[in-house]
Design a binder for this molecule. Sequence first.
Ligand code: FEO
Ligand code: CA
Ligand code: CA
Ligand code: CA
Length: 696
Amino acid sequence: MTTTDDRPGPTPSRRALLPFLPMAGHTSGKRSPMTCHLKCGDACAQPVPNTTDNPYFRDVVDAALSRRAVLAGAVVAGAAVAIAPVLGDATPAVAHGPGGGPRGRLGFTPIAPVPAATDAFTVPAGYQWRPLVRWGDPLLSSRDRFDPATVTPEVAERLFGYNCDYVDVLEDRDGRSGVLVVNHEYTNENIMFPPATTPEELDRQRRVAMASHGLSVVGLYRERKGKPWTYKVGARANRRITASTPFTFSGPAAGSALLRTVADPAGTTPRGTLNNCAGGTTPWGTVLSGEENVNQYFRTAGTSAADKRYGFADKATTRGWEDVDPRFDARNPGYENEPHRFGWIVEVDPEDPTAPPVKHTALGRFKHEGANVIVGRSGHVAAYMGDDERFDYLYKFVSKDRYREGRRHRDANKRLLTAGNLYVARFLGDSPVSEITGTGALPSDGAFDGTGQWIPLVLDGVSQVPGFTTEEVLVFTRLAADAVGATKMDRPEDVEPNPVTGRVYVACTNNTDRGAAGKEGATEPNPRVTNRNGHVVELTESSNDPRSTTFGWSILLLCGDPATTTGTYFAGFPPEKVSPISCPDNVAFDSSGNLWISTDGQPGTIGYCDGLFKVPLEGRERGRVQQFLAVPRGAETCGPVVRDRDEMVYVAVQHPGEDGTWAAQQSYFPDYVAPGSLSAGRWGGPRPSVVQVYRP
Ligand code: FEO
Ligand code: CA
Ligand code: CA
Ligand code: CA
């Protein structure tokens, strides 16, 4: 039996949009048109920006690269983060779900798939859920009032932002206090605000939207481990980072002429962060965040090869920020390089609320989904990164210096991502091309698998790409990777090393253009044409050394609903015994090394609400996908954090009810109060929130 919140919220069907938010008019593959429009700038409706003809290399397998030659044993350093206790209570008291179900180490009976129109947060029997913090909750002062119809930009800078994505909870040693760090990827103006009828109101909404992007850092406390957290208004750690916050550039391209503007002639201090999607927490206790679809925020000349490759164009943006701040129109003299100052991995130190966050140029510039760091036996760290666009690439950064354990080395560790080597991946399949049919049918050797190479783009600060300076490689990384023959992947999103085994998992969320006319067809690492449901690749570095320049790989999952999708594969586990799963996006691991996957797009592919899924990776259970929770109507599941020792799970519920309007909302999560009402801090419309799931 599963439990849901079944208090009915009205589910209006009328679709209407604000006059200044034109409908995109497409649903390319998986998402609602509104998500495509506001999250990605209609990325899938644009021509595929990777127009290179670099081929897919199906090559002879070098025995030295064989997966059998790969050894086990990479090491992940633990992140013990000391945080002062905090006091107070600001978390809304809402809990749901009866008891029952298996106990211990996050045991659960998988929930049934939840039909896509269901406006409920669904957890397994024996668990309850509670929002930890919601869009609009005050972080700095309880006097700051949440009212989306009237809130000022100045107050919005002090409230929890919109559309939470990456999440982590950094706990102190006794687990009673901690810090929550959250990305706010984008804004859904159509459901956040009433239609603007005056220029002044339009200006307010645009500035509030800017203030609702970025990240939040939030102090937490609780009674003891395993109990739900409460967040603390005014905690020392509390911080908002927005589209206006000062940053610093690090690494070889800092100060480059390519990064200078009239407002920052030194090219060292960019302002703001945008479209912060996934991320990763470093072994030294900081948080990395990926700036993803940043092109949609800028109007540019749109004529250069780089503009085209990154999707920048000479057209008015949907959000119209170029009418509010001249830096969002790169045609303005002095702001030509402003778009170059976005599309980076940023690092935030939650222990230092006043330190400017850093944009790391050494990790390259593309549509960064996120970055996840592992420490190898040598002490060098590797950061794995996906460029989330159809036919784009997988990257790795390896530090020049070594990680050192201990708080006294923290400042040095915070410099590890400023110097090192940047690589892009080339995958080599080991089966004949004729056996890669595009259907998902396994080749005769029984696996989509092979070896791969990390092709250097920058080694020790020096460009390895003919015709590119180091600064050009780092600012125009996509162009540099095109030039060296990287492998086109099906939208690589989260890429994360398993802290137990060192193996790396790549979520390729989907690519409906795979095999379309004029596009690359099926390849062994991307073996299905019209790939609506996505897949997960398991990658093993040679000698399990993150510094390695070669790797082995195999496909772990070909996602879909086995009952309706052809060509699914679950690491050999019987398909009839798994939960249907589609569009893998974020990945995480529990303390035993089981993989957990959150999804983005199931309503448009297999007809179910998005969710969170557990996948064992070892033994007889390997590949057994089991659904743990489902998020409400219109939402994607993000930022999973799985703490099985506490029996706690955290997820971000992003864009609930995204296809609604101010007047006709489609979700009432998580407050579930009357439409349009605002009372006692509860709002009769959807509020993106971080949710904690726990044993009562
Ligand atoms: Fe923001 Fe690639 O998801
Ligand atoms: Ca094979
Ligand atoms: Ca994502
Ligand atoms: Ca992750």
